[in-house]
Design a protein around this ligand. Structure first.
Ligand code: PCP
Length: 400
């Protein structure tokens, strides 16, 4: 037992973090001297959205390296649709039966986070979004959460245990403000002492009204104000944001941006993307629903066999020239110029293609760009305010 309620890497690697019925299956098959050659596919019959993003393969490959199996999979960052196999394993069943629990756990969780992030990024229409949600999950998986959010297209992450290769960003907690006599002292200290490269984003809702604190923070050198308004004070968040914008503009702080955080959802991103410059998102990324992947036998001893509800035979998923996907039995000739998406990753226990986090992210970013353009681009027509009606620009004011 370790110090925390976690399972060690070694235990997972040995296949000892599994469901008990797999252990019993192994024992029974061994006693009966049965160990068929099987192919299993990982598919999600349904998704919360039209599409998902594959993530978690790096952990699956680390798990299965050295296990006598062959694995073909969609690279991380690949777009997938319900019903498409994202991964196929072929081997003697008893050799990998007990790994199903961990394989699905890796894929379901990471793909859920990457998919939710990618959908949020599509809705953000170019506004930066940062992953602030590692505190919503067990700290032992913080690296996985931030990696999946980065692959899903987030512009940065907040946890210091994120893998190398992504910006680790943050502003300031309420606790820091409260350690000083007044917010001005905290904001000035932050400006004085934080590394020069850290943006001067000042938290502006600790004691007073957002517009009052925002103006006071702007006077202390804020380049952006973070609004993290508690639920109990959010009568009409849109009005609050617009009022802050108005007052900043009319006092000569048009360059001061507005950063929104605190329970921000995908719906909030849609609602406020026209009046907010950037979002910090916790739970809506880190607590994203898992992808409901299942791992099913589709061939036994090279003959098609599947339980009801599943299609038998090993398959390949192709991306067509029009970007749509088609799933065909392996061996069937695909349409011209179709690109096979399932690629060899492990051959007889040896990794032949290592996952590449940055390449995975690039794939997702390219998709977000295309999806955003197809939805009309990054421009967002100004929405009507909840209380104030249409928003006119405030009168220009001399720079402070
Ligand atoms: C935290 C942080 C982010 C929040 C959580 C993101 O807020 O400031 O804005 O997570 P969410 O989207 O799930 O809400 P607080 O808990 O108020 O912490 P602090 O006072 O340190 O900002």
């Amino acid at each position: 037992m370790g110090m925390f309620d976690t399972v060690s890497d070694e235990t997972i690697k040995r296949g000892e973090c599994t469901d008990i019925y797999f252990v019993r299956t192994e024992e029974i098959l061994e006693k009966e001297q049965i160990n068929p050659l099987v192919s299993m596919e990982v598919t999600a019959a349904a998704l919360p959205d039209a599409w998902g993003i594959v993530c978690g393969l790096s952990d699956v490959l680390a798990l299965l390296e050295g296990v006598p199996v062959t694995v073909d999979a969609m690279p991380e960052g690949t777009l997938f649709f319900p019903g498409e196999p994202v991964l196929r394993i072929t081997g003697r069943y008893r050799d990998f039966c007990r790994y199903e629990t961990a394989i699905l756990g890796f894929l379901c969780h990471a793909s859920g986070i990457a998919s939710a992030t990618a959908h949020i990024m599509c809705e953000a229409k170019g506004r930066p979004v940062y992953s602030f949600g590692s505190r919503r999950q067990h700290p032992s998986i913080a690296m996985m959460i931030e990696r999946a959010a980065w692959i899903g297209g987030a512009d940065g992450v907040s946890n210091t245990c994120a893998p190398p290769g992504m910006p680790v960003v943050g502003t300031m907690p309420h606790a820091m403000i409260m350690c000083f006599d007044k917010p001005e002292d905290a904001w000035r200290a932050f400006d004085r002492d934080a590394p020069a490269a850290v943006p001067r984003i000042m938290l502006c809702d600790t004691y007073c009204d957002e517009k009052t604190e925002s103006l006071r923070a702007a006077e202390c050198g804020a380049t952006a104000v973070r609004l993290d308004t508690p639920r109990s004070r959010r009568g009409d968040m849109r009005s609050i944001i617009e009022e802050v914008r108005w007052e900043l503009d009319s006092h000569g702080y048009s360059r001061v941006k507005i950063f929104l955080s605190g329970g921000v959802t995908r719906e909030d991103v849609i609602a406020y993307r026209d009046c907010v410059d950037a979002f910090g998102i916790g739970g809506a990324i880190a607590n994203a629903p898992v992808v409901d992947f299942a791992m099913d036998i589709v061939e036994i001893d090279k003959k098609p066999k599947a339980k009801r509800g599943k299609r038998s035979g090993i398959k390949q998923v192709y991306e067509l020239v029009c970007e749509k996907h088609r799933t065909l039995p392996v061996g069937q000739v695909p349409p011209a110029n179709a690109v096979p998406l399932l690629k060899p990753c492990i051959v007889d226990g040896r990794i032949v293609q290592k996952p590449d986090m940055q390449a995975a992210r690039k794939r997702v970013i390219a998709w977000i760009r295309r999806a955003t353009e197809a939805a009309g681009g990054n421009k967002e027509p100004a929405k009507k305010s909840g209380r104030n009606g249409s928003q006119k620009k405030p009168p220009a004011a001399p720079k402070a």
